[in-house]
Design a protein around this ligand. Structure first.
Ligand SMILES: C[S@@+](CC[C@H](N)C(=O)[O-])C[C@H]1O[C@@H](n2cnc3c(N)ncnc32)[C@H](O)[C@@H]1O
Length: 232
């Protein structure tokens, strides 16, 4: 939820403590490590489907969880960006020096990216849009991605049509909601319609575990919208 042009409520939580905890989170325990490895493999396949772009903007980069995969894809111009300065600092100081030195850094909101139009081949956006429950906020984000990316977007989110989404829906129906909700399952039909509305064509869908997991990575191709044709 945003106010007029403002930020998401969840964005404010990534202070120093939370950022350090996020770095540790994906390294702890057998199942976490397994799912982290699978997510990295899906990311590798997504970048391959995107044509292994030469310039990649990792937004939000978080603690740099995908930097190894991104750097190994053959890309030569790498930018890591996040809204949280604390998160960027944790990433810079926790990841290996040789990897960090391959990236430029940018503290920016994904809703108002501090880069010119068409400045990167690909925006790599993992685990952000499932925090955005309002359609108009997702459209704003996707429009900004359309402005900055020249060619493709790799974007992960929670979709329906699988066991986890079915189970979550049942649990949420029982739960008495306290405060705000900060993660959402977005029906595949809805998000694909939003992609099309903002000028993206789905090139590829990669499911973390087909029919079981809610996580899906979409590889989107930018299409140039013809603004001279009036909308029906
Ligand atoms: C769940 S983490 C995902 C990080 C990374 N992509 C990953 O998968 O490990 C969400 C990240 O989004 C960042 N973030 C939150 N709101 C943002 C915004 N409006 N623009 C850019 N980054 C944002 C947070 O600081 C945090 O690093």
């Amino acid at each position: 939820m945003t106010d007029d042009g403002g930020e998401l409520a969840f964005s404010a939580k990534y202070d120093q403590t939370h950022s350090e905890a996020y770095f540790q989170k994906h390294r702890q325990g057998f199942w976490r490590k397994l799912s982290n490895n699978r997510e990295s493999e899906i990311a590798r396949l997504a970048l391959q489907a995107a044509g292994n772009p030469a310039s990649i903007l990792d937004l939000p980069c978080g603690a740099g969880r995908f930097w190894q995969t991104i750097a190994a894809s053959g890309a030569t111009e790498l930018t890591a960006a996040d809204a949280s300065e604390a998160m960027l600092e944790v990433a810079r100081t926790s990841q290996p020096e040789a990897l960090v030195s391959r990236f430029k850094f940018l503290q920016t909101s994904a809703f108002d990216i501090k880069l010119p139009d068409n400045s990167v081949d690909c925006i790599f956006c993992m685990r952000l849009i499932h925090h955005i429950g309002e359609p108009h906020d997702r459209l704003r984000l996707l429009q900004e991605f359309h402005r900055v990316a020249r060619d493709t977007i790799c974007i992960s989110l929670w979709v329906d049509g699988n066991y986890q989404a079915w189970r979550r829906k049942r649990l949420e129906a029982k739960r008495v909601r306290k405060g705000y909700q900060n993660r959402f399952v977005i029906p595949a039909e809805t998000i694909e319609h939003e992609f099309a509305t903002t000028g993206f064509k789905v090139r590829h869908r990669l499911d973390m575990t087909p029919f079981i997991s809610m996580w899906r990575v979409y590889v989107l191709e930018k299409i140039v919208l013809d603004k001279s044709v009036p909308e029906k």
